[in-house]
Design a binder for this molecule. Structure first.
Ligand SMILES: Cc1ncc(COP(=O)(O)O)c(C=O)c1O
Length: 348
């Protein structure tokens, strides 16, 4: 006899990218920002510490909602804050998808989506991107018990973007809500935030992990119309964001000058990385995120990953059954990318 829910026993569980804690690697495997965050973040954490941690935090993170609302041009009650955008994705899945119901995902994309469906005892349907990373028509098709669709935009691992116009058309055809996961949108040319006001089916999630350099803090949020927010709030943990992260995230999003400056640096290094890879004979997808998806015509990606790791450089090896494998290399600082390219040059 087993004590466990059959769905939990049957699943393998999400395996995050390696997180060595010692600093022995040049770490280009989980799309972290290589630069320290806005100095306003440390100040805000110190102030929050001075106020003390005896009391519970604001369950709604209202100071963050108000600050983010001003910057994003929406009302505060269109925002739910989360413990990283992974928390947001969990809340959204639990709100819309019941046992046996259907969640649609693009493939290859963020692997966690499928895990979230499995945790719910729900079914998931993977719709393959075309080889040029565009979405086929069937992504918008109706299907029995379809309750939610996820779309990472920019997508991971490709860094490619589906245009806001196409996202709106998709949402209009779908019989259920669409969560546009904009974890990387601050590095892109376009985003779908404005679509939230135009469609009650569209939700946009964001994170402070990447473009605000706060992966260690854990803070993300979702923007949607109030009737959806009202339901999402019922599902989230009461205190899903702690007092320190609320203070820090509010300071971080308040420093838009820092974000803009950081973006310029990341985009320049992304260009350097893609060009360097192509010079070495790699295929590199044009990315609108802070990473580049790359394959080599002759060298197996797995061997390159292993050899880079032996040489102290950690990139992400991804193998998508039915699609293929490759390397996803995060945009680090220039010196890190130059070191990575130099090691690759010696291998190919
Ligand atoms: C597409 C996508 N969405 C969401 C996340 C989760 O980000 P976080 O939980 O740090 O906000 C990631 C992290 O790598 C991601 O790649």
């Amino acid at each position: 006899m087993s004590f466990f829910r059959p769905q939990i026993e049957a699943m393998t569980g999400y395996v995050p990218g390696e997180q060595p804690q010692g600093g022995e690697f040049i770490k280009l495997n989980t799309n972290e920002n290589p630069y320290p965050p806005s100095p306003a973040v440390a100040k805000a954490i110190e102030e929050a510490l001075r106020r003390g941690l005896q009391k519970y935090p604001d369950p709604l993170a209202n100071v963050f909602r108000r600050r983010a609302a001003e910057i994003l041009g929406v009302a505060p009650d269109w925002i739910v804050a989360g413990n990283g955008s992974d928390d947001i994705l969990t809340i959204v899945t639990r709100t819309f998808v019941g046992e046996g119901q259907l969640l649609r995902l693009p493939y290859p994309s963020y692997v966690l989506y499928k895990t979230l469906a499995q945790l719910q005892g729900a079914r998931s349907e993977e719709v393959h991107f075309r080889r040029n990373w565009s979405l086929p028509e069937e992504f918008a098709a109706t299907a029995k018990d379809l309750r939610l669709v996820f779309l990472a935009n920019p997508n991971s691992p490709s860094g490619t973007v589906v245009s806001p116009q196409q996202v709106l058309e998709l949402a209009e055809r779908l019989p259920c809500p669409l969560l546009v996961d904009e974890a990387y949108a601050d590095f892109a040319e376009v985003n779908c935030l404005d679509l939230v006001a135009r469609s009650e089916k569209i939700m946009v999630s964001r994170t402070l992990s990447k473009s605000y350099a706060l992966a260690g803090l854990r803070f993300g949020y979702v923007v949607a119309q109030p009737p959806l927010i009202e339901q999402l709030l019922k599902v989230k943990d009461s205190y899903n964001c702690d007092a320190l992260s609320i203070a820090a995230a509010t300071a971080a999003i308040g420093d838009q000058a820092w974000r803009t400056e950081n973006r310029v640096k990341i985009l320049a290094t992304r260009q350097r990385l893609a060009a360097g890879l192509r010079e070495l004979g790699f295929a590199a997808v044009d990315s609108q995120a802070n990473f580049v998806w790359t394959t080599h015509p002759h060298r197996p990606a797995k061997t390159l990953y292993e050899e880079l790791k032996r040489r102290g450089i950690l990139v992400r090896y991804m193998d998508y059954p039915g699609w293929g494998d490759g390397l996803r290399i995060s945009v680090g600082a220039n010196a890190q990318i130059d070191a990575c390219l130099e090691q690759l040059r010696q291998m190919v």
